[in-house]
Design a protein around this ligand. Structure first.
Ligand SMILES: NC(=O)c1ccc[n+]([C@@H]2O[C@H](COP(=O)([O-])OP(=O)(O)OC[C@H]3O[C@@H](n4cnc5c(N)ncnc54)[C@H](OP(=O)(O)O)[C@@H]3O)[C@@H](O)[C@H]2O)c1
Length: 219
């Protein structure tokens, strides 16, 4: 692996994945925006390059993006989580997959919905098997804040993984883009981060704010 990992963001045309992609590109990572269509991916990549005044962001169809990267981020809606993972499963072998999916069930997104049988990300790990190191992170970071590159984001990142070294890598990647991040234990603990997002959405609505967050204290 080079000094800075090349990161593919599947669903990087969207709000959350696009914000993460922009921040990593801003910090000098090679970034590949993934999409169901190469054209949409390229459009999003062009827009990011224009924002950053560079050309470090590329656009590709999801499977090509996953194949070309060192680390892959999954940033698609819950309903598309499993199908998107199946499409790229072969090329993920030996890599870290960072899953940001929240198991929201529209329209009641401010009510906690738990994936049947545990956290949504554990089902992804089961689907992919041990050859892929699946890490859960960023579920509580509102996309609203990510595109404001100079803004300090007042929300910590809970990173959960069964592979401690993979979790550390993702903690480092979060810190690189200005976030406080913690290794919050095994993948099963992600059920709390996944559920917490609906609590934050409820807070956003109640207090009329765009992106409430959480802080871990006492560490
Ligand atoms: N938005 C937030 O503030 C936020 C915060 C934390 C976590 N998250 C989580 O991050 C994930 C992405 O959220 P988002 O708000 O960025 O979502 P989004 O903008 O609605 O969707 C992201 C991308 O997913 C792809 N996509 C949409 N429907 C799909 C389908 N049926 N099959 C395959 N791909 C599909 C689209 O890319 P293409 O059309 O280009 O393929 C889209 O641009 C979600 O799981 C969400 O819960 C979001």
């Amino acid at each position: 692996m080079q000094d800075k990992a090349v990161i593919a963001v599947l669903g990087g045309t969207g709000k959350e994945g696009g914000g993460l992609a922009l921040r990593w590109a801003h910090k000098g990572h090679g970034v590949i925006v993934g999409s169901r269509t190469a054209e949409r991916a390229q459009e999003a990549a062009d827009a990011m390059n224009e924002t950053l005044g560079g050309h470090g962001v590329k656009g590709m169809a999801n499977p090509d993006a996953a194949a070309a990267a060192d680390i892959v981020v999954l940033a698609v809606p819950y309903a598309a989580q499993q199908s998107t993972v199946r499409e790229v499963a072969e090329v993920l072998k030996g890599k870290i997959l960072i899953d940001v999916t929240v198991p929201l069930v529209p329209p009641k997104v401010s009510r906690v919905h738990l994936h049947e049988g545990g956290s949504a990300v554990e089902a992804v790990q089961t689907l992919l098997g041990e050859e892929v190191k699946v890490v859960s992170a960023f579920q509580n970071i509102s996309a609203h804040h990510l595109t404001k590159l100079d803004e300090e984001i007042e929300c910590d990142v809970l990173v959960c993984a069964d592979d401690a070294a993979a979790a550390d890598t993702v903690v480092d990647l979060a810190q690189e883009i200005g976030l406080r991040a913690w290794n919050a234990g095994p993948l099963c603990n992600s059920v709390v981060a996944e559920g917490l997002t609906s609590v934050l959405i409820a807070l956003n609505r109640r207090y009329k704010v765009p992106g409430s967050g959480i802080r871990i204290t006492g560490v």
